[in-house]
Design a protein around this ligand. Structure first.
Ligand code: NAD
Length: 353
């Protein structure tokens, strides 16, 4: 276990049990060098306890990288709560989790992730202050979309040497909370949209609202478009899908878009500019983190729009060093963490939330 922690670059790992409510939680903290660790709380079933620990371990570091490149005074952490089999009292369990988070005295601030809802965050807030994504802070998706839009503009400036999105075509995969909001930004900017979702109602809505062209979920990778924007699931950029792409830029909100690190290199070799997911999709995190500190909407939006400037810097450096942008992003994040006093093992693996 300690070796696994070392490989994941973590500073501490906490196990919380509350037999009365059935809580079995693991909080992995990667770094507090830049400030309190922040990161989502997963609440799903796991076949084996070890799988839950592995999930927490592998996702914590990505949150440190994301917070660092977003310029937030936070480190990264992740919680996994093993969802009980059968009946349980969700409210009692979340309150027990809040007490567990509270015991860490602010080293870790929890947030929403797969399987948790805003209502859970509200419940957790009854037993700790170290929680974000409550109903008071609102849906992060529009803020994530604003950051994605700024990131797409930066990528277009760099790769296509154009200041305007007008007339460009964008293929969007996934039209949920974020995908729909991105479609709206792009439509207003004059882009032509090609859209796919497994839910036909979401496709119809974009066709009606934005004059988008409907594409089947299977064909979205291969459509001719300037930009491919993955806003549905993770791990969609694989050897197979990359071979089909007919775009110059990949820039979307989905977490963990690369099936593995080698797929980022494949995109680079194909001359496709891959905008690292954890940099471009940080708008929601910026929103929830700055909401906690009482920042104004204008201050928050200015910070979200800085995602564009950060990316332009990374693109330029990647070009100068002839390196894939995702590697340059990792190196920057690691340097920022090291500058703040975080030490990392030399043989660490790269994983992002
Ligand atoms: P969502 O659940 O609201 O939307 C996802 C959409 O993708 C749904 O409409 C779903 O039907 C569609 N989808 C699923 N599989 C698909 C497939 N194979 N082909 C086409 N469409 C498919 O989620 P969201 O909040 O919009 O988030 C989208 C992605 O962005 C997720 O990966 C999420 O982790 C990531 N993300 C979201 C935020 C945020 O603020 N919500 C922040 C950072 C990252």
């Amino acid at each position: 276990m300690l070796k696994q922690m070392e490989n994941a670059g973590l500073t501490d790992l906490h196990f919380g049990l509350d037999p009365a409510s059935g809580l079995k939680a693991i909080i992995a903290i990667h770094s507090t060098a830049r400030g309190a660790a922040i990161g989502g709380c997963r609440f799903i079933h796991y076949a084996r306890e070890q799988d839950a620990v592995t999930d927490a371990l592998r996702l914590a570091r990505g949150m440190s990288y994301k917070a660092a490149l977003a310029g937030l005074p936070h480190g990264g952490g992740k919680t996994v709560i093993i969802k009980p089999e059968g009946d349980f009292d969700r409210r009692a369990l979340m309150q027990a989790f809040g007490r567990f988070v509270d015991q860490l005295g602010g080293r870790y601030i929890t947030a929403m992730d797969s399987g948790t809802e805003v209502s859970d965050m509200d419940t957790i807030a009854t037993t700790t202050d170290f929680v974000s994504c409550t109903s008071a802070s609102g849906d992060p998706a529009p803020h994530t979309a604003l950051g994605i839009f700024a990131g797409i503009q930066a990528a277009v400036r760099h790769k296509l040497q154009r200041d305007s999105i007008a007339g460009l075509s964008v293929a969007i995969q996934g039209l949920g909370h974020v995908g729909h909001a991105i479609a709206q930004h792009l439509y207003k900017a004059g882009a032509h949209l090609l859209v796919a979702d497994i839910d036909p109602a979401r496709v119809r809505q974009c066709v009606e609202e934005f004059g988008a062209e409907a594409v089947s979920p299977d064909s979205i990778y291969g459509v001719q478009a300037d930009i491919f924007s993955p806003c549905g699931l993770g791990a969609v950029l694989s050897q197979d899908s990359i071979a089909k792409l007919q775009c110059s830029i990949v820039a979307g909100s989905a977490n963990n878009q690369l099936a593995n690190d080698e797929d980022g290199n494949r995109l680079h070799q194909r001359g496709i500019l891959y905008v690292p997911d954890y940099v471009i999709n940080a708008g929601g995190l910026i929103h929830v983190a700055m909401h906690r500190t009482g920042a104004s909407a204008a201050e928050r939006d200015a910070k979200i729009l800085e995602i564009g400037a950060t990316l332009e810097h990374l693109f330029t450096e990647a070009e100068r060093r002839d390196m894939p942008v995702h590697h340059v992003a990792d190196l920057h994040a690691e340097q920022m963490l090291a500058d703040a006093g975080h030490t990392q093992p030399a043989d660490k693996e790269r994983h992002h939330a």
